[in-house]
Design a protein around this ligand. Structure first.
Ligand SMILES: [Zn+2]
Length: 339
C-alpha cells in the first residue's frame, strides 16, 4: 500500500525535475538501462507480453542518455567493479536480453552509428531458432485464439484438462499466468488448435543465429548468457539454478569467442541466495539483474533499469528511477540484501 502510494507520487512528480538536477542530487555515476528488442513491425511472439519501442523512440532514448552520460562497454564495467577504473563523468552500460534477431537487424546498426557499445544476453537453448521461450508461446496462442471462437473453445477445453475448468472469455489472461514448470500445457493447447511453434521458428526466425552472433562479436559487442531456457530462478531449486547458469555460460565459451563470462538473470534475480552467487563465482565475471536503480550486496552483480515501460520515454523512466532511488536512500532501502 505504502509502496503503491509512493510509486504514484513519484510518477506524478518526477517529470517536474530536470534529469540533470536529479542526476546531480542522486550522486549516481552509473546506470544500466536494458531492453529486449526494437522493431517497427508487430512481433506476434511479444505482442501480448509487453510493448516494444520502435526505432524512432529508441533513437530518442539514446539521445537522451548521451545528453547526460558517456557510454561504456563491459571491459570498463569490469574494471569499475574491480576498482581499477574510477568514474569521473556519469556513464551508462546498455544491454539487451533474450537474443532476438532485431539485435542484429535494427539495434546494432543504430548503436554502431552512434558509437555506443552494448552487451547482448542470449538463451543457449534458443540460439539458431532451436526452441521457443514459453512466454512467446503464450503470446502466439493468444494471437491465434483472439479472433476465432472455435479455436478459443478448443483451447479452453485443453486448458481445462490440465488445470481447472475455465470460461473461454478468461482464457487469454489465464494463459499468461502459466509458469515455466507448467509450460508443457502451452504445447498441448497449441496442438489442440493446430498451431505449430516449430513452423513459426522456421518462418519467422525470431532469434539470432550463430553467424549473426559471430558478426556482433567481430563488431565489438559483448555476448553473455541468459540461462538455457529462461526459467524464473526463484521457482527452481538451487541445483537447477546453478546448472542453468553454468551450462549456458559454458555453451557460449565453447561455441563463440567471448572475452568475458557474463550472465543476466531471466525474469528476475529476486530471492536468489548468497549461496547461489558463492557457487557460481568462478564461472561468472559479471552478472546482472533488473530491479531498477539499486545497489546489490553481491560484488560484480549489477542491477539494470528496464527501459521498456509501456509508452514511457527514457527521460520519464530515468527520472522516476532516480527519484525513487533517492527516496529509498532516506529509508535505507537502496541496497538489495540476500540471505
Ligand atoms: Zn529474458
Amino acid at each position: 500500500m505504502f509502496i503503491n502510494c509512493l510509486n504514484n507520487i513519484i510518477r506524478h512528480s518526477s517529470y517536474q525535475f530536470s534529469s540533470q538536477y536529479l542526476l546531480n542530487k542522486s550522486k549516481q555515476k552509473l546506470i544500466l538501462p536494458f531492453y529486449h528488442t526494437v522493431s517497427n513491425n508487430e512481433l506476434i511472439h511479444i505482442k501480448h507480453l509487453y510493448r516494444v519501442k520502435n526505432t524512432k523512440e529508441f533513437i530518442k532514448d539514446l539521445d537522451f542518455l548521451l545528453s547526460l552520460f558517456e557510454p561504456i562497454n563491459i571491459d570498463t564495467l569490469y574494471d569499475i567493479s574491480n576498482g581499477r577504473y574510477t568514474i569521473k563523468k556519469p556513464v551508462f552500460l546498455l544491454s539487451f536480453d533474450d537474443g532476438l534477431k532485431e539485435v542484429y537487424e535494427n539495434i546494432a546498426p543504430i548503436l554502431l552509428s552512434k558509437g555506443i557499445p552494448a552487451a547482448f544476453f542470449i538463451n543457449s537453448d534458443f540460439i539458431d531458432n532451436k526452441n521457443l521461450f514459453f512466454r512467446y508461446k503464450a503470446s502466439l496462442i493468444i494471437n491465434e485464439i483472439t479472433n476465432s471462437s472455435k479455436k478459443k473453445s478448443l483451447a479452453s477445453e485443453e486448458y481445462s484438462k490440465h488445470l481447472s475448468p475455465i470460461n473461454p472469455s478468461n482464457l487469454s489472461a489465464e494463459i499468461l499466468k502459466i509458469k515455466y514448470n507448467n509450460q508443457y500445457i502451452l504445447d498441448k493447447i497449441a496442438d489442440s488448435i493446430s498451431l505449430s511453434f516449430h513452423e513459426y521458428l522456421q518462418t519467422e526466425q525470431p532469434y539470432l543465429n550463430s553467424n549473426q552472433i559471430n558478426e556482433l562479436l567481430l563488431k565489438g559487442f559483448d555476448i553473455g548468457a541468459h540461462s538455457k531456457d529462461h526459467p524464473e530462478y526463484q521457482y527452481i531449486n538451487l541445483l537447477d539454478q546453478i546448472e542453468q547458469t553454468k551450462s549456458s555460460v559454458a555453451f557460449l565459451k565453447d561455441n563463440f569467442k567471448i572475452k568475458k563470462k557474463l550472465f543476466s538473470f531471466p525474469f528476475t534475480d529476486h530471492n536468489v541466495s548468497k549461496t547461489f552467487f558463492e557457487m557460481i563465482k568462478n564461472d561468472i565475471d559479471l552478472s546482472f539483474g533488473c530491479a531498477g536503480q539499486k545497489l546489490d550486496c553481491i560484488i560484480n552483480h549489477y542491477q539494470r533499469i528496464p527501459f521498456e515501460q509501456l509508452d514511457r520515454s527514457a527521460k520519464q523512466i530515468f527520472n522516476d528511477e532516480i527519484l525513487r532511488f533517492m527516496i529509498k536512500g532516506l529509508i535505507g532501502k537502496q541496497r538489495i540484501l540476500r540471505s
